[in-house]
Design a protein around this ligand. Structure first.
Ligand SMILES: Cc1cc2nc3c(=O)[nH]c(=O)nc-3n(C[C@H](O)[C@H](O)[C@H](O)COP(=O)(O)OP(=O)(O)OC[C@H]3O[C@@H](n4cnc5c(N)ncnc54)[C@H](O)[C@@H]3O)c2cc1C
Length: 431
């Protein structure tokens, strides 16, 4: 899509400017392209994809440092995109994380069938409590749906911390209850790699952090570190971490209700630690999702750890840490690396431990263009996702995972939010 050239000063004019080339931004741009509406995506980073980010090739280019699973696989628009791009999707059953399929380690033993049954009952009780609150007005923390004296409480609490990227006592139960369950699918060659392919042809300019947006007049001015752009509408897809930190100056300022929504929908932290092994380390039967309950005396810091073993082009263990531990990894990665190596030796043996080639970790809290992993709602503030989304004077539109109620914190949520904003602008143009 060509821009309109205004002057020799390289000032361009677009119908719509999209800030951020994550999934929300790309999804909006694709819709404008289809409808022949001039647009540009301005991206701060030196790459596209946002929280869809791949590791360096030597580690395994399928390895996703950010998003990797297609949740709600049956209705997820990225599932159809994968099929269209002829990208293979594994785990068609989509129940990788189910209690029945999870491989549990407890101290030195596998979880007994009896304990799995108890865990299933406890989880069902939690779901019943959660469902009860689904359409209620009075909100409180998600942890209030858990039974603290239940022996399975720590396992469910840890699971919820990973899902929400923050401990369940900080999360709105109404917000969490609004999310649907569904199949979890895996893009074998990597989700970030797929996003790169899907984005081909979209008009994206990288290395251009937007510093200032002046939306006072009919024509909006967008200032990057390099130049000024003009458009009639703008879609902001930056994370709530970026908005909360006021990295972009707005003239006039964003209204108070908008900034309050940003504060009440903060960013949680989920980080991954990836371990690369020599070829031939794992067998087919080792592949899958694991939860290990460690002996507190053995290692006081890592009481419960969750990880996946994958064997695609290379062999990896992928450890997930949410909330406080997720944040801690960014400050003390070596401490976590040591604990993980110790755990691998203890649980899988010296041979597997000696096959480790490299360990890496993500740092979403310190990422200057995300400032966190994904949003959660504080108790009592779930409805503010709608306020975050609300456009300003039919000029400034908001998209991105935090703006979408039933799908927040996900790739399909980001995709749908970008598409929604684009469609709203198109309908404004048609009227
Ligand atoms: C560790 C981790 C694991 C996850 N796992 C999953 C998963 O398995 N499945 C799933 O569905 N979801 C998962 N998610 C969530 C998912 O990645 C996000 O919900 C989704 O990618 C958000 O897309 P977005 O377009 O809303 O935002 P982003 O991807 O953050 O895009 C916003 C873009 O704006 C850019 N930007 C920021 N500031 C500026 C500026 N000043 N000027 C210009 N550009 C700017 C950023 O660089 C970024 O590219 C995970 C996230 C993390 C961090």
């Amino acid at each position: 899509m060509k821009a309109i050239f205004l002057s020799k000063k390289r000032i361009f004019n677009y119908e719509v400017i999209i800030v951020g080339a994550g999934i929300a931004g790309i999804s909006a741009a694709k819709i404008f392209d289809k409808n022949n509406i001039s647009n540009i995506v301005i991206e701060a980073n030196n790459r596209l994809g946002g929280r869809a980010k791949k590791a360096q090739k030597s580690f395994g280019s399928w390895f996703d440092l950010g998003c990797s699973y297609l949740h709600e696989g049956d209705i997820n628009p990225l599932t159809s995109i994968a099929k269209r791009l002829k990208i293979s999707i594994s785990n068609e059953k989509g129940d990788l994380f189910s209690i029945e399929k999870t491989k549990y380690f407890s101290k030195n033993n596998k979880f007994s069938l009896k304990k799995v049954g108890l865990l299933k009952n406890s989880y069902n009780d939690f779901l019943k409590n959660l469902n009860f609150h689904k359409n209620k007005v009075k909100d409180s923390s998600l942890s209030s749906c858990l039974n603290k004296v239940d022996p399975c409480y720590p396992i469910i609490f840890d699971y919820l911390t990973g899902l929400n990227a923050v401990e369940a006592n900080f999360v709105s139960k109404i917000d969490f209850a609004s999310v649907n369950d569904g199949k979890d699918l895996i893009i074998e060659s990597g989700l970030a790699k797929m996003i790169d392919r899907w984005a081909k042809g979209v008009n994206i300019i990288v290395d251009s952090p937007v510093m200032k947006i002046n939306w006072k007049k009919d024509i909006i001015e967008v200032h990057t570190n390099k130049q000024k752009y003009f458009s009639k509408s703008i879609i902001l897809t930056v994370s709530n971490g970026v908005l909360a930190n006021q990295d972009i100056k707005f003239i006039p300022n964003l209204p108070d209700y908008k900034m309050q929504a940003v504060q009440n929908l903060p960013m949680g932290i989920l980080n991954k630690i990836g371990v690369l092994f020599k070829e031939g380390t794992f067998k087919e039967k080792d592949i899958g999702w694991y939860v290990a309950l460690l002996d507190k005396d053995t290692d006081n810091k890592l009481e419960i750890i969750s990880f996946e073993i994958r064997k695609i082009e290379k062999e990896h263990m992928i450890f997930f840490f949410g909330g406080k531990k997720g944040l801690d990894i960014e400050n003390f990665p070596e401490k976590y690396y040591r604990s993980i190596v110790k755990f691998i030796k203890y649980q899988f043996g010296k041979r597997i431990k000696n096959n480790i080639i490299e360990i890496i970790h993500s740092s979403w809290g310190k990422d200057p263009y995300t400032k966190g992993s994904y949003s959660y709602a504080l108790p009592g503030h779930s409805s503010e996702r709608a306020l975050l989304k609300k456009p300003l004077e039919k000029k400034v539109y908001f998209a991105g995972e935090a703006t979408i109620k039933n799908y927040y914190g996900t790739c399909h949520g980001a995709y749908i939010s970008g598409a929604d904003a684009a469609k709203e602008i198109i309908s404004k143009l048609n009227n």
